[in-house]
Design a protein. Structure first.
Lengths: 153, 832
């Protein structure tokens, strides 16, 4: 199952990238107190997904082979400046979280095919929580957008 | 003659369960005036807490000289508390009232006339609208204005300017109450009634020091606990308040969870109900959704786990849950200990969950009272001056927005409905960067009352934002403004307001305002006129001139909504009692409690919100909500406990929490100008537990420095009733002092230490979860200025002595009526 292990690896790595990026953006926009605290809370969700996945990594391996067409996303190491910067950072986090979510969707399909209830549970739970992350990111973007686009200095 | 400083709750009138609360008429007249000298009594209601007691104002020679409770009013049955008695009128004739507009010139505020002041406001407003559009405008109001004023401002903001940046200091006191209702029941609206007190067999007070915040309501409870067949009291509070003592006395429980851990405790109580089968399965099945998810959420919170997180005894958790689970009629009340603390909305929603699981809502004795901090906070929420859409409409529902567009005859695109309204803390952030360049503050003092107050003062005094302050006095906030407008206060203008209990009162004008002061309504109307706001047909947007016309316009805005005022009029409100909404064809005399039919306003087309993830604040979409098909069923919603944002550390080992004393209200604008109240609580203090004080070598009255990572205060220490590891500071004290004598005036501001952090759903700032350290700076000169009564009483009294009594208050009268009046909606009528 070489491709399943690739996706297990992708889930693990993209959750890590998401968690790191959430922390970097939260820290960078610490003046927006809700962004700071919520980003850290969402990062902990991603940490938990990786912890839940760990036994599956044991079971299926975690291929990290150099595969030219392999999906990947760049993490966000540094926050942008100001209200428009926050908007763009939230949007980037949304892109990362979407990659995470579709990865879990694909893994859940594989788990169904394999009849592996453990893997299915991990993928389904993580998928549902990724929805919560995405929902918050959308909500916060909607709130920030008008001011950032029209009046922010 | 009664001294209501020492006798806070007045004479007991105990009575049996299920009978009407007796009437007792409390009255205060200023020194040298007796009843025969009063020219006239003018109908009103008290504005010095959220209880909303019906009252008459005494007028002599065109001056307000005292106050008397209205015996026939359903809220108070004639009673008034110390703040209402002593604090209602003296401020009005205080020599430091603002009587003329002020304008900033060369860095100084100088007197000017209305034309110049309003001209300057309109010039800046129009300039910014042209340059940056309506999002450059923000409004920050209060829980003290009348509904006519909130509604007028809401129409100006939403249909005239079109800005989403409107909020009130209600965000600091009551936003969680509204948010919790919306999450559980689909819309704002107090389910219960004060009359539940007469019919319950247990009362749970969650983070609610009612004996000090709503003294008259507490008197109502004492009259049950001291009567036949009394209810048991359960108290959740980190301080050993009078509620805690009453819990011990009635065989209830006092739970003192660590500050910031309320949700863990609530999850534990919920789990106990489920594990012991103390739920009404059939009712839950028929009238709620979400049971399975809630059960899964609370499963880990065993009594032992709760004991570990909260620092309470596991057996106490079980005992409290048993009282809830085995009582036939439980009344719960909730206030700032939950609203201003970590995971506020989730913890408050959890109170609803307990009632829903037991099917105990909507009948006499089984009720929830999510309290408010301020007398007119409810109207801010209803009318939409807090950013919500008027009439509990859903900003995310195009049909609701269309209703308002039709009512106001404006384009739907004008009405800001593309995102949740901007909350107070965000509003200040926008003002900080100049993104909001025009900020209008009415009847509130954010320079003292908002968290991290040093930052707020910097925002207000900076050049990046033009600040207008409309108030009775030159408050700490007004001092920083660009234009200051002198406002008429309570008794100097006419209008209505609605209390926690949904009871609407009319407050008539009793006297003329001083100098050139104008009502807030007149000020807003003058701005609207000068700006020339018009509707789609080019007619003036605001078609009303008087308070009564504004009320009638508001009444139309409530048609068909849960908050239905259509059956109310000024004439109807001139009767013996305030009237609780909804008042309409179906309920012409008002409604004592909501949800008697167990049908909740959760239908997707009706609800005020589609709801939120209680942990993150992420918004539920319309499609998701529709898929749940709530159709009148209430939501059971839970969330995991997470630790508070700032935990004690080596540098800051103690937990800092803020609160109130019975003798002061907010930043003391009115109560500080009443001699009896000022003398009873003249200056700031902090409370420490005996154990912490001994460890830090601090004695009663010693001067201490309290520091958090954000700021510090230097005040005197009371060794008091707070739990070990916690430090309590009253938030009332800024640098203003009526006598100019306070030794600590420049360093007694409790909110210097609090954090800029807020609840993810209600956006209410957390004033009760910060870490701090305490160090002694010098020896005592005498005891601390803290009151020796209620929750501030000293932990120990000197050998052989009693706690010293506070200074005597001015005499008041109090008369228990031989015959109790009939109260139209009181369920006790049906039993007797």
């Amino acid at each position: 199952m070489p491709h399943l292990s690739t996706y297990v690896g992708l889930a693990d790595h993209s959750e890590q990238i998401l968690a790191d990026s959430l922390r970097a953006i939260g820290q960078g926009h610490a003046r927006a107190a809700d962004v700071f605290h919520t980003c850290h809370l969402l990062a902990e969700m991603s940490d938990q997904h990786r912890a839940d996945l760990a036994p599956m990594v044991q079971r299926y391996g975690e291929d990290d082979i150099e595969e030219p067409e392999r999906l990947h996303a760049e993490g966000l190491a540094q926050a942008r400046e100001g209200e428009i910067g926050l908007l763009r950072d939230l949007q980037d986090l949304h892109v990362l979280a979407t990659l995470v979510q579709t990865t879990w969707t694909v893994i859940a399909q594989g788990a169904q095919g394999l009849r592996d209830p453990d893997l299915l549970r991990v993928a389904t739970t993580a998928n549902a929580e990724t929805s919560r992350q995405l929902t918050w990111l959308s909500t916060r973007m909607k709130t920030a957008a008008p001011q950032a686009l029209i009046v922010a200095p | 003659m009664v001294d209501r400083i020492n006798d806070i709750w007045g004479e007991r009138t105990p009575h049996a369960r299920g009978t009407t609360w007796p009437a007792r008429v409390d009255q205060y007249l200023e020194d040298g005036i007796n009843e025969t000298q009063v020219d006239r009594w003018v109908q009103s209601a008290c504005l010095l807490c959220s209880n909303g007691c019906g009252a008459d104002i005494a007028v002599k020679d065109g001056r307000m000289v005292g106050i008397r409770g209205r015996a026939g009013d359903t809220v108070n049955h004639g009673r008034l508390g110390p703040k209402g008695l002593y604090g209602s009128t003296p401020w009005a004739s205080s020599p430091d009232r603002l009587t003329r507009p002020l304008i900033r010139q060369d860095g100084r505020l100088v007197e000017t006339d209305w034309e110049t002041a309003m001209g300057r406001i309109v010039e800046v407003s129009k300039g910014l609208l042209e340059q940056k559009g309506p999002l450059s405008h923000g409004f920050y109001t209060s829980g003290q204005l009348f509904l006519e004023e909130y509604y007028t401002l809401a129409v100006i903001g939403k249909a005239g300017l079109g800005t989403p940046h409107m909020d009130g200091n209600t965000r600091l006191c009551t936003a969680t109450s509204a948010a919790a209702f919306k999450e559980s029941f689909g819309a704002d609206g107090q389910p219960g009634s004060y009359t539940d007190i007469e019919h319950c067999d247990a009362i749970f007070l969650f983070g609610h020091n009612m004996p000090e915040t709503q003294t008259v309501l507490w008197a109502r409870i004492l009259d049950r606990t001291r009567g036949e067949d009394p209810p048991r009291i359960v108290c959740v509070d980190p301080r050993r308040t009078m509620v805690a003592l009453e819990a011990e006395r009635t065989g209830g429980v006092h739970l003192a969870p660590r500050v910031g851990t309320n949700l863990a405790l609530m999850n534990g109580l919920t789990r106990e109900l489920l594990a012991n089968g103390w739920i009404d399965e059939a009712w839950v099945q028929a009238h709620t959704i979400g049971l399975d998810a809630l059960r899964a959420t609370v499963e880990p919170y065993t009594a032992e786990e709760v004991a570990r997180i909260c620092g309470v005894e596991a057996d106490d958790v079980r005992r409290a849950a048993r009282i809830f689970g085995e009582s036939n009629a439980v009344l719960s009340t909730v206030l700032q200990g939950f609203y201003q603390s970590h995971q506020a909305t989730a913890a408050s929603v959890a109170v609803h969950n307990l009632h829903l699981l037991r099917g105990q809502i909507g009948r006499p004795g089984s009720g929830v009272l999510q309290m408010n901090g301020q007398p007119t906070a409810q109207n801010n929420r209803e009318c939409g001056a807090d950013g919500d859409l008027p009439g509990f409409r859903n900003w995310d529902n195009p049909a609701h927005v269309q209703q308002l567009a039709d009512l106001w005859n404006v384009d739907t695109m004008t009405i800001p409905h593309w995102a949740p309204p901007t909350h107070a803390m965000q509003l200040m952030s926008y003002a900080e960067t100049g993104s909001i360049g025009f900020l209008w503050i009415s009847a509130t003092n954010p320079a003292v009352s908002m968290p991290e107050s040093a930052r707020i003062r910097k925002i207000l005094e900076g050049d990046q934002c033009f600040v207008i302050v409309q108030d009775l006095f030159l408050t700490e906030t007004a001092e920083l403004a660009d234009v200051v407008l002198p406002a008429a206060g309570w008794g100097e203008k006419t209008g209505c307001f609605t209390n926690v209990n949904r009871t609407v009162h009319l407050s008539e004008k009793a006297v003329e305002p001083p100098g050139e002061a104008r009502s807030d309504l007149d000020i807003f109307l003058a701005y609207a006129d000068a700006m020339g706001f018009t509707d789609n047909d080019g007619a003036p947007l605001i078609g009303w001139r008087t308070a009564e016309e504004a009320f009638n316009a508001w009444r139309e805005a409530t048609r068909g909504r849960p908050v239905d005022y259509t059956g109310l009029s000024y004439d109807k409100l001139r009767g013996p009692s305030g009237i609780p909404w909804p008042v309409n064809d179906e309920h012409p005399d008002g409604t004592d409690r909501l949800y008697a039919d167990a049908v909740f306003p959760t239908d997707t087309d009706t609800c005020e919100t589609y709801g939120h993830d209680l942990l993150t604040g992420g918004a539920v979409t319309e499609q998701e909500h529709r898929a749940l098909a709530p159709a009148g069923r209430a939501f059971l919603k839970g969330a995991d406990y997470t630790p508070p944002h700032e935990e004690p550390s080596e540098d800051y080992p103690l937990r800092y929490t803020t609160g109130r004393t019975v003798y002061q209200f907010h930043t003391r604008t009115k109560t500080g100008r009443a001699r009896s109240l000022h003398q009873a609580a003249p200056d700031a203090w902090v409370e420490l537990s005996q154990v912490d004080a001994d460890r830090l070598d601090i004695a009663e009255g010693d001067w201490v420095r309290v520091e958090s990572p954000r700021g510090s205060l230097e005040v005197r220490a009371r060794i008091g009733q707070v739990m070990q590891g916690a430090v309590f500071a009253p938030f009332h004290y800024g640098h203003w002092d009526p006598d100019g004598l306070a030794a600590d005036a420049e360093h007694r501001l409790a909110n210097e230490l609090t954090m800029t952090v807020w609840d993810p759903v209600s956006k209410q700032p957390y004033f009760k979860t910060a870490a701090c350290r305490v160090t002694k700076i010098r020896d005592r000169e005498g005891p601390s200025p803290a009151p020796t009564t209620a929750a501030s009483a000293p932990a120990s009294v000197p050998a052989g002595g009693q706690a010293p009594a506070p200074p005597t208050g001015a005499p008041t009268t109090s008369q228990v009526l031989g015959t109790t009046p009939t109260y139209a909606l009181d369920p006790s009528n049906r039993r007797s």
